[in-house]
Design a protein around this ligand. Structure first.
Ligand code: ACO
Length: 344
């Protein structure tokens, strides 16, 4: 008899997990490319042609990342028709928590999910995918039944708004997915995760490494971070090389032809990366989900934010096969193949 952990090449095989709800939330403040051009030496034309981004949203004075994440999770709960008391776990994928000890418990409290454990997980722009795979292990093991996975980031806090090579790329947002243990629906087919710390220097939100005198000869390191620093070209080359490899290996493993994919759902970093990956699999542009022109790169939020938009405008339908990949700092990257089963 086949066990859940016996993952051979078989497109009929799937893990006992169903994706049943999604939600998202974005800040009110919109910053257009032209507005950024008033601050740094850039232009709408340069940003649009190099990235596909037209505008991004940033969390302003009356908003917070926890509020956005709570809102996104509530919408996912509503779509899944779950009572909040039935949630077993909440995982918040973020690199920008409001509290370094963890922001997920605050979301748990906001939701009234009194029976849920909650913790943060950090894997930069791959964070949502890493959190999804982490959550799936609890469902596969049978130890939990209902999990909310949230991707939420506020990179606007850590961007140097005077560095044109990075500030034009990022924005803030949140998205969430409700996933449950289910043998009825074909849900998660398979996944793969990778990390390469040797190449981690390409993209950092590093500690400032400033020491202050403490007492006598002792000093201590101040809790402080430097702005985001990125070697854009290296990250670009990494993404267009590794994403097709990891996705291709997954498709091969489960004997799925790229022509059967209903939607290509990639981390929304740059339209040129989306186009390059789609071209490698001959996936037509109408099957490539993209909303980065409106939000920029919202890090851990891009994948659930995009999914939610496409579910709510009825592009993604119940039963659709989604090929998903995230990539980013670490370096880290991953892919997952799943069927969507939410109804909206
Ligand atoms: N406006 C105008 N000119 C600019 C800007 C700007 N905003 N930024 C850079 N330039 C200039 C550069 O100074 C350079 O000028 P030079 O030729 O006189 O030296 C020129 O434009 C070309 O710069 P490049 O860096 O070579 O531009 P490139 O075509 O590589 O595009 C970009 C840059 C958009 C950043 C691209 O490399 C990219 O998308 N990389 C991937 C980024 C990414 O996916 N990050 C994921 C992060 S995920 C996470 O974990 C957070």
């Amino acid at each position: 008899m086949r066990s859940f952990f016996d993952l051979n090449s078989n497109s009929e095989f799937h893990l006992p997990i169903s994706f049943v709800g999604c939600g998202s939330a974005t800040p009110q403040t919109i910053i257009s490319n032209a507005e950024l051009g008033e601050r740094v030496d850039t232009s709408d034309e340069w940003i649009k042609s190099r990235t596909g981004i037209r505008q991004r949203r940033v969390i302003g004075a009356n908003e917070s990342l926890i509020d956005l994440a709570t809102h996104a999770a509530r919408n996912a709960l509503k779509m899944a028709k779950w009572d909040e008391k039935t949630i077993d776990l909440i995982i918040l994928a973020t690199s920008t928590p409001e509290d370094l000890f963890g922001s997920a418990p605050k979301i748990q409290s906001n939701l009234g999910a009194s029976n849920a454990a909650a913790f943060d997980l950090t894997a930069a722009c791959s964070g949502f995918l890493f959190a999804l795979v982490t959550a799936s292990q609890y469902l596969i093991s049978g130890s939990m039944k209902r999990i909310i996975v949230i991707g939420a980031d506020q990179l606007s806090k850590w961007v140097d708004w005077d560095d044109r090579s990075t500030c034009v790329l990022f924005g803030d947002g949140a998205g969430a997915l409700a996933i449950e243990a289910s043998h009825e629906n074909k849900g998660l087919i398979g996944y793969s995760l990778k990390s390469d710390g040797n190449r981690g220097g390409c993209l950092n939100l590093a500690h400032s490494n400033i020491f202050e005198d403490l007492v006598n000869e002792a000093s201590h390191q101040r809790g402080d971070y430097l702005p985001i620093r990125m070697e854009g070209k290296e990250v670009y080359k990494f993404a267009v090389k590794e994403v097709p490899i990891i996705l291709g290996e997954l498709l091969e493993k489960y004997n799925i032809h790229s022509g059967s994919i209903d939607w290509l759902l990639l981390h929304q970093a740059n339209q040129r990366i989306l186009d390059a990956v789609a071209a490698r699999f001959s996936i037509p542009s109408e099957k490539v989900l993209s909303n980065l022109e409106n939000y920029g790169n919202t890090s851990a939020a891009t994948i659930p934010l995009m999914l939610d938009e496409a579910v709510r405008d009825k592009r993604i339908k119940s039963g659709d096969l989604i090929a998903c990949s995230g990539f980013g700092a670490g370096l880290s990257w991953g892919a997952a193949l799943f069927y969507w089963h939410g109804s909206y």
